[in-house]
Design a protein around this ligand. Structure first.
Ligand code: B12
Length: 266
């Protein structure tokens, strides 16, 4: 991934003039000059810039922070115990779009250790990507493209391994919640248990209700990740149950939090 100075400014929330000044004075960034006359910065430049900013926020002087050679700063960032070496390789592959390396690992894991090891590894990749984003090792675009690729990868696996049958079980996310991966993993587990299920991901509420009303689903699984109020969850459940004897199940990270909160209240 290559960045223009305005991208660095947007991500780091530093003024472009300040970044330019630091670059001229301290030389810790090494942009390449493009044929069009623009400077292009690398992922490493971005990481160093964010590191310098954080150190200054902690109270250090810029001269002190950049007195070390660039290579040493990079080493410090990489080996700050946030991630293991193996995790750093994965993160590097994600930020350089080398998904093929990750795909090969997933295929080999599946062949050697089977379905549950494969599923566990995908779960680990999802969480690792989130942490890498939080720690500024990858951008939000990296996280989005990687999770889209993971989604495609999982769905391809489904098409190759499970016969299509008329579904009786619908799997979706809570309307408006873009976190589809948890729902998708839940769906794959259902298929593994030979449940004829359909996955529709994130639908607007009206479309979801229409889908349930028009088909004879016996169970609907709704995955909640983003925080929801109990009343909103109960309301959706009641709206679905009006269509007949349909079992409505909720699950996911946000649902676990909601239930814990509810239990504390009682
Ligand atoms: C991946 C991810 C994303 C990806 C989602 C990609 C995708 N297509 O799914 C992207 C980048 C899009 C994203 C965006 C956002 N995210 Co996000 N994201 C995550 C992350 C890293 C992982 C979530 C996940 O997929 N978990 C893995 C799944 C597999 O776990 P699971 O949900 O528990 O599901 C399992 C079981 O529970 C079960 N299950 C799931 N559903 C169901 C249903 C039923 C019925 C049953 C029985 C079981 C079941 O099966 C699954 C497999 O075992 C988490 C951080 C984290 N470490 O968890 C943040 C996190 C969920 N995100 C968060 C936030 C805030 C956002 C944003 C709002 C951030 C922002 N500021 O922009 C945006 C959403 C913007 C919007 N449009 O609203 C917060 C949520 C905070 C909260 N709930 O309190 C988290 C926790 C990060 C954080 N620490 O703040 N995110």
């Amino acid at each position: 991934m290559k960045y223009l100075i305005k991208d660095l400014a947007n991500i780091s929330e530093l003024h472009p003039d300040r970044i330019r000044k630091w670059q001229e004075r301290f030389h810790f960034l090494r942009p390449e000059l493009g044929k069009n006359g623009y400077y292009y910065y690398s992922n490493e430049d971005l990481k160093i810039l964010l590191y310098v900013k954080n150190e200054i926020l902690k109270g250090k002087k810029i001269n002190e922070v950049v007195s070390k050679p660039r290579e040493e700063i990079l080493k410090e960032i990489y080996y700050s115990n946030e991630f293991s070496k193996e995790e750093l390789n994965i993160i590097e592959a994600i930020s350089n779009f080398k998904y093929i390396d990750i795909e090969k690992r997933l295929i080999s894991l599946y062949k050697k250790q089977g379905f549950y090891a494969w599923l566990k590894e995908i779960h680990r990749l999802i969480i690792l990507t989130g942490k890498a984003w939080e720690k500024n090792f990858i951008t939000i675009s990296d996280e989005h493209s990687f999770s889209n690729w993971l989604k495609a990868n999982i769905l391809t696996y489904v098409v190759r391994n499970f016969p299509s049958t008329k579904p009786i079980w619908l799997v979706c996310t809570f309307p408006g919640d873009p976190h589809e991966l948890g729902a998708l993993l839940h769906y794959v587990k259902l298929l593994k248990f030979k449940v004829p299920a359909r996955y529709v991901g994130n639908l607007p509420k009206e479309e979801l209700l229409k889908e349930i009303k028009m088909n004879n689903y016996r169970v609907v699984s709704i995955s909640i990740v983003l925080p929801k109020k109990w009343s909103v969850v109960k309301n959706l459940k009641a709206q679905i149950e009006k269509f007949g004897s349909i079992k409505v199940l909720f699950g996911g990270y946000g649902y676990k939090l909601l239930k814990n909160k509810q239990n504390q209240k009682e």
